[in-house]
Design a protein around this ligand. Structure first.
Ligand code: UDX
Length: 418
């Protein structure tokens, strides 16, 4: 950013001037799940996109290419197009609406941007639409090989984004469903993941079992897809995709239930260390983070929770907890007494009955677990929600380890190298 700023990257708050001067305008606003009204809880609210379109139409004195960058329900471009055309200032001004969904992931955003698997650009298959597509293709072609720039019709592009996220989330839910089966049969989910992923047709990636997926996209986009299916009367398709979320909810719940049941069916008053609050490593983002749901469940059991995360701020933690779980300082007066945030992982674990690994931060692998163990209550429990640590080493230290999809060596002797 520093390198480009002032050269060909400029920031401005003069909206009208920038709209007037632009040839291509990317709408990159958020489209959250509706919380009220028709489709509440699943439909995406495209209010912000509509407001952008109305403003562009009001201000523009020359023709523009308007690109949907935000993730939107299929056929949003139709609405944007109608709003633009109905509100255009001058009759000679025309608009071409394109769809160019964003596929980059958090924590790897810059490398995803520089080396994308593909860039998708959808537009109307008319001469004007194809010309607009070519204009945006030529921008990306500055650093992305042409064969990786896909062009489609508008609706395929809009829908592809939802489908890509739904497929990715589905893989995580699929392997997580198997992790539950592994725990009761003595199979090892890591071995299954490897065995299955080596089939080229299936592929290795996104088969890492976890306490559940989080983030601002997966759940929101699947709900968006579910709502679309329902709107078009395709209830079996809606039910099919909703199950990906149901499995994710099951996985999170299962993890908190395992903590309570392993710790003699009570965590009341017990100190529990939560290592990791972000929804994945290398980001401070906490939206829909599985860690939050575990903290909420443990809070209901009156545990004393100590959270350590290298990047998450206490403020972000509470605002997401309030927004998504409805738990805040107003309705839960003793929140600060029950949940402590720590700057030091060893402090978080000191005197704890249990340590829970909730995010796959690399630094968690480097800790001195002997030191952590020595300072804990006994038996010292460790719940690995990311399969991050070496469980044999932890057991040799003395920990009682519970890990997603891993057989308990006492219940299933011979299931792992002793
Ligand atoms: C996702 C998509 O990957 C990206 O293309 C899209 O643009 C935005 O949504 P993001 O949410 O940033 O990106 O992260 P991602 O790496 O996809 O992980 C999502 C969640 O799934 C995380 O909580 C992660 O921990 C979890 N996950 C991922 C697993 O539990 N197992 C896996 O194998 C992969």
């Amino acid at each position: 950013m520093k390198e480009c700023r002032g050269r060909n990257l400029f920031f401005s708050t003069d909206l009208d001037k920038e709209i007037e001067e632009a040839d291509v305008i990317f709408i990159s606003v958020n489209t959250p799940t509706k919380t009220k009204g028709i489709g509440a809880g699943s439909a995406a609210n495209i209010k912000n996109c509509e407001l952008c379109a109305r403003h562009i139409a009001k201000v523009a004195t020359s023709s523009k290419i308007v690109v949907e960058k935000s993730t939107v329900p299929v056929r949003t471009a139709e609405a944007i197009n109608r709003i633009l055309t109905a509100n255009e200032k001058q009759p000679n001004v025309t608009f071409q609406v394109l769809s160019n969904p964003e596929f980059l992931a958090e924590g790897t955003a810059m490398s995803d941007l520089m080396k994308p698997d593909r860039v998708l650009i959808g537009g109307s298959q008319t001469p004007e639409g194809l010309k607009a597509i070519e204009t945006v293709v030529s921008v990306y072609a500055n650093w992305v090989p042409r064969e990786q720039i896909l062009t489609t019709n508008l609706w395929s592009s809009e829908l592809s984004k939802l489908v890509a996220n739904a497929f990715l989330a589905q893989r995580v839910s699929s392997i997580n469903s198997i992790s539950a089966l592994c725990e009761v049969t003595g199979a090892d989910v890591t071995e299954i993941s490897r065995a299955v992923g080596m089939d080229d047709r299936i592929g290795k990636r996104f088969l890492q079992p976890s306490v559940g997926f989080g983030g601002s996209c997966f759940q929101k986009d699947i709900l968006n897809l579910v709502y679309l299916c329902e709107t078009y009367g395709l209830q079996p398709c809606a039910d099919y995709w909703r199950q990906v979320i149901a499995m994710n909810d099951f996985q999170k719940k299962r993890f908190s239930e395992e903590i309570v049941s392993a710790m003699f069916n009570t965590v009341t008053g017990k100190k529990i260390a939560i290592l990791g609050y972000a929804f994945k490593k290398d980001t401070g983002d906490v939206r829909e983070t599985p860690s939050m749901f575990i903290v909420r469940d443990l809070l209901e059991e009156n545990a004393k929770i100590h959270v350590y995360d290298p990047q998450v701020t206490r403020e972000d933690m509470w605002s997401e907890m309030s927004y998504t779980c409805g738990v805040n300082h107003d309705n839960t007066p003793k929140l600060d007494e029950y949940v402590t945030t720590c700057d030091d992982p060893y402090e978080a674990c000191k005197g704890a009955h249990a340590v829970c690994i909730m995010t796959e931060w690399d630094e968690f692998k480097t800790y001195d677990y002997k030191k952590i163990y020595d300072n804990m209550q006994k038996p010292a429990f460790l719940f690995d929600g990311r399969l991050l640590l070496n469980h044999k080493e932890l057991r040799d230290i003395g920990f009682e380890v519970h890990a997603i999809g891993k057989p308990d060596p006492i219940k299933f002797p011979g299931s792992a190298i002793a």
